[in-house]
Design a protein around this ligand. Structure first.
Ligand code: NAD
Length: 476
């Protein structure tokens, strides 16, 4: 079921001389060998993307939309096959992989609709004069997607670029290449003109350093860590190339005293462990009113210890492994540091003694502010639960990190909700739910969590430039 891992350049699949192994994180076994692009391959991708842009930007929005929708339908039809590939390479439970395929298709469907609504405007002018504003596709996009959602992360970037009329060279994650390969296959079958979508893999820094400074690249779109985002933005800025950065988060969850304690604790515990915590919007720092702290923490711990862990191909499994051994080392370091600073490890904290990169669902209580985990994104199955005295206290702790991607709260008090909306520094705030975004809502961060938005009405704006036209009826 796992696909052949080739490059897709100028509408053709190609193998390269160099390849790297792809490992199943649940078994540590090799499941495929991934072709890595040489400089010649990248030059070919650039040339193809320039040609692809010429064709695609001159294709009507309706036709672009039709092709995108056709590809999305094929992805839905192949949901089970794609989901199996995702679980094999990423480890997440098969049920979650299936949902991810559908979510990927939804990103395409939303942006396909938006392709026909990239309206400009007419500005009132003197008689004989017309001012109009036009949104035009920006050009060739260099995009970089990460491994935590092998299908929906590439989908966001490809959907935005293609719906806007841009061509794209995507470097998807080497650890989880199959999702992007399935997307490229769907577009090949849907009749996308050659060169509009090009897919490459290789050593990430070599590819970004080579592609980003190239003249045809007009936008760099990246999802990943803040440190890499900073490097790529710096590189892009040398040519004044625009960038769209969806970077790390360290989401606070504020649990107020008026909420349903047990319901919110169980929802929080489930959501924290989704995708083994490897989600940029993962709820991580739980600030719980001191009056309900003990009950909340007890219910949270009780629930995470009941989560079924194992190989995601087994349909009874609720949490798979982390994606690679780097995560295990990083998570252990954060737990040890918190413990040394006086935090209580209520459950977990260790690698699970079995084959695969499994880490125990971990709950840390009363974590001191100076612990690394209070400012570093764990990107794994670790929750921090700390007491708060008041909403003011919780909001100031929530805002105390350089990140501002997602934030959550549980309360029904109108005065609290008013304060939360005004004062929590995030791009996405959710109240009484831990869902952070939908295809139709704009997603992105503030502060060091990046800039630009994906989805919503705002998503395609990143991929377009604005042209103002002044037409005078007579030479004047
Ligand atoms: P990492 O920062 O090395 O890599 C993250 C992603 O960026 C990977 O897909 C990688 O291929 C890519 N990347 C790395 N260096 C690059 C470069 N120079 N040019 C282009 N792409 C590059 O870290 P990691 O160990 O793979 O992942 C852990 C950290 O990454 C986490 O702590 C988390 O903050 C971040 N991350 C964030 C997201 C997200 O959705 N925002 C997704 C995955 C990882």
């Amino acid at each position: 079921m796992y696909p052949d891992l080739k490059l897709f350049i100028d509408g053709k699949w190609r193998r390269s001389n160099a390849d790297i192994p792809v490992i199943n994180p649940a078994t540590e076994e090799e499941i495929g060998r991934l072709s890595c692009a040489s400089k010649n391959d990248l030059d070919d991708a650039l040339e193809a993307a320039v040609k692809g842009f010429e064709i695609w930007s001159n294709t009507s929005p309706r036709k672009r939309s039709d092709i995108i929708l056709r590809a999305a339908t094929l992805m839905r039809e192949n949901r089970d096959e794609i989901a199996q590939s995702i679980t094999l390479e990423h480890g997440k439970p098969i049920k979650q992989s299936k949902l991810e395929v559908i979510r990927g298709a939804e990103f395409f469907e939303w942006d396909a609709g938006e392709a026909m609504r990239t309206y400009g405007r007419v500005i009132p002018a003197a008689p004989g004069h017309k001012y109009s504003v036009h949104h035009q596709p920006i050009g060739v996009v260099a995009a970089f997607s990460p491994w935590n959602f092998p299908m929906s992360q590439p989908a966001r970037k490809i959907a935005g670029a293609l719906a806007s009329g841009c061509s794209i060279i995507l470097k998807a994650a080497e650890e989880t290449p199959a999702g992007a390969i399935h997307i490229a296959k769907a577009f090949e079958d849907a009749g996308l003109p050659y060169g509009v979508l090009n897919l490459v893999f290789g050593r990430p820094s070599e590819i970004s350093n080579y592609l980003i400074p190239k003249e045809p690249i007009r936008l760099v779109a990246f999802t990943g860590s803040t440190s890499v985002g900073r490097e790529l933005s710096t590189l892009a800025s040398q040519n004044m190339t625009r960038s769209l950065m969806e970077l790390g988060g360290h989401a606070p969850v504020i649990i107020c005293e008026d909420t349903d304690v047990i319901k919110s604790a169980i929802l929080s515990a489930n959501r924290k462990m989704r995708n083994s915590g490897q989600v940029c919007t993962s709820p991580t720092r739980f600030f719980v009113h001191e009056r309900i702290f003990d009950d909340y923490a007890e219910a949270f711990v009780k629930h995470v210890t009941s989560i079924v862990i194992g190989n995601g191909m087994d349909s009874s499994v609720e949490m798979g492994p982390t994606a690679n051994s780097r995560r295990i080392a990083a998570l252990r370091g954060l737990v040890e540091d918190a413990r040394d600073n006086g935090a209580i490890v209520a459950t977990g904290g260790n690698r699970i003694d079995m084959k695969g990169y499994f880490f125990e669902p971990t709950v840390l209580l009363n974590v001191p502010k100076n612990s690394r985990i209070m400012s570093e994104e764990p990107f794994g199955p670790i929750a921090v639960i700390n007491p708060m005295k008041s909403l003011d206290d919780a909001i100031s702790q929530a805002n105390s990190v350089p990140y501002g991607l997602a934030g959550y709260a549980f309360t029904n008090r109108a005065d609290y909700i008013d304060q939360l909306i005004d004062r929590v520094e995030v791009g996405n705030l959710s109240i009484n739910t831990l869902e952070a975004s939908m295809p139709e809502t704009p997603f992105g961060g503030v502060k060091s969590s990046g800039h630009g938005r994906e989805g919503g009405l705002e998503g395609l704006q990143n991929y377009m430039s604005i042209k103002n036209v002044w037409h005078s009826a007579k030479i004047s």
